[in-house]
Design a protein around this ligand. Structure first.
Ligand SMILES: Nc1ncnc2c1ncn2[C@@H]1O[C@H](COP(=O)(O)OP(=O)(O)OP(=O)(O)O)[C@@H](O)[C@H]1O
Ligand SMILES: [Mg+2]
Length: 451
């Protein structure tokens, strides 16, 4: 892919000459004369590099620089300034510009700056990929979709901030607990306990005494003083699963723990101080006020300082097969030497909606490994709901598109439309099922006005 550059300068001669220079070097070039044009172009072209003038009709280049770096942190910016504005140049570097050049622009100096900027950018990207691979290897989190990369970045950041309260949301089986354990395992708290408790599985009183502990004689059968999870986990992390089910009575007590790191045992009068991080998880969408009628606003906002949302598997198109192969390298499959998934089988896995997400995928693969007599997993080893959905859909679609004689183009159009419907509009999946590249699919979608 050619590099892309955006030139933002109000002098037409500079725009023209730089455009000419970059186009000659194979860049794809866009140019704007004002900050507002420049920002719009930055949005649409997502350039690798911006050459930015310092004085523009609608404002200062430094402001534009800040906006560009906020929206597109990976974009490299080279500022152009007059001699009289060298202090601006220093400011520009502080605000994230890669380099600055004085006007009139020395073309050789510009070429060198551009080369270095792109090299730095390339190294940064490479480092990020390597780092992500390492984090994946360290954490056991499998996946290379954009969605999972974003999650890994957040996980790393939260690991570096071991006191921040975290709430992890997402459908069932999307890896919320795995994410919580990973954050803990990568953090400075890693040698201290990670204790989890499910807020939905215990009665209010039991949960209270499990969490906070109780003093001897707190109630009739409390013969001994018992320390709660919050105390036992001192120095570590307490993970509260299904936090949306926490009773109204316990919510203010939890809020107090988060805010002051102190609490009292049941029946106790003494404040106990602990050093813990609280993490919580829920598969309810608490951002919808309807779903948090039984949840205190103050606790909700306190928990939401750093929300992490685990995306459903169906939106992580590249991860399904990678995860399936990962699960094949474990458990029964490895014992039975099962090494591959047939192409047919792959298309069923890709087309399924995975309501139970990664847990369901793991179970499907384990079950298939048990059923498969040979080294390959075939469609007959998959559960009926995976196969039925697909077949039913094909049948419905067959009825919608009776196969009356038609031109080849017409047949192609119908087939592409069916496959797109079948793939829920997911172009990568449709392209894979059709056995063509995504770009070919897009050009065909355009040709048949199906976009
Ligand atoms: N990215 C991943 N790579 C490998 N395994 C994963 C990944 N995400 C989840 N898993 C596995 O999937 C299973 C379900 O994950 P987990 O228990 O963390 O989900 P959850 O969101 O907490 O589910 P629930 O809402 O049902 O509690 C676990 O066995 C976990 O190890
Ligand atoms: Mg869980």
């Amino acid at each position: 892919m050619p590099h892309s550059v955006l030139i933002i300068d109000d002098e037409e001669t500079i725009r023209k000459s730089l455009s000419y220079l970059f186009a000659g070097k194979g860049f794809s070039v866009s140019a704007g004369a004002t900050i507002s044009d420049g920002l719009k172009l930055a949005w649409t072209t997502r350039p690798d590099l911006v050459v930015l003038d310092n004085r523009l009709p609608d404002g200062n280049g430094l402001q534009a620089l800040e906006m560009i770096k906020t929206e597109h942190p990976d974009t490299m910016v080279i500022m152009l300034t007059g001699y009289a504005n060298l202090s601006d140049a220093v400011q520009a570097i502080r605000k994230g510009a890669y380099d600055y050049l004085t006007k009139p622009v020395d073309i050789d100096a510009l070429e060198i700056a551009v080369e270095r900027a792109l090299e730095t950018q390339r190294l940064k990207k490479e480092n990020l990929v390597l780092k992500m691979r390492q984090v994946c290897a360290d954490t056991g989190i499998v996946g290379s979709s954009r969605e999972i990369h974003k999650i890994l970045l957040i996980i790393e950041m939260l690991a570096e901030n071991p006191d921040t309260t975290v709430i992890i949301t997402g459908e069932s089986g999307t890896g919320k607990e795995l994410a919580a354990r990973t954050i803990h395992g990568l953090s400075a708290r890693k040698d201290k306990p990670f204790l989890d408790i499910n807020c939905a599985s215990l009665s209010e009183h039991l949960l209270e005494s499990e969490l906070f502990g109780r003093e001897k004689g707190a109630y009739t059968d409390a013969k001994e003083t018992k320390r709660g999870l919050l105390e036992v986990a001192d120095g570590g992390t307490v993970f509260l699963d299904e936090i949306a089910e926490l009773s109204m009575n316990l919510q203010p007590k939890l809020l107090r723990v988060i805010e002051t790191k102190t609490f009292r045992r049941v029946g106790g009068t003494r404040d106990i101080k602990v050093d813990i991080r609280i993490m919580a998880a829920t598969n309810k969408d608490l951002s919808n006020p309807e779903n948090r009628k039984n949840f205190r606003e103050d606790l909700y906002y306190r928990l939401c300082v750093m929300p992490v949302h685990m995306p459903p598997l169906r939106t992580r198109e590249n991860d399904v097969l990678e995860l399936a192969k990962h699960f094949l390298s474990q458990g029964t499959a490895i014992k039975k030497n099962i090494i591959e998934i047939s192409k047919d089988c792959e298309s069923y896995l890709l087309a399924y909606r995975w309501p139970g997400n990664i847990r369901e995928l793991r179970n499907v693969i384990e079950r298939a490994a048990i059923l498969s007599p040979g080294p390959t997993i075939n469609p007959e080893h998959l559960p009926r709901e995976l196969l039925e959905k697909k077949e039913q859909q094909w049948q419905n679609e067959q009825q919608n598109y009776p196969s009356a004689p038609c031109s080849l183009d017409e047949a192609e159009k119908n087939h592409i439309r069916k496959t797109m419907d079948f793939s829920y509009g997911n172009q990568s999946l449709a392209a894979r099922l059709l056995g063509i590249s995504r770009s070919t699919l897009i050009s065909k979608l355009k040709k048949y006005a199906l976009l």
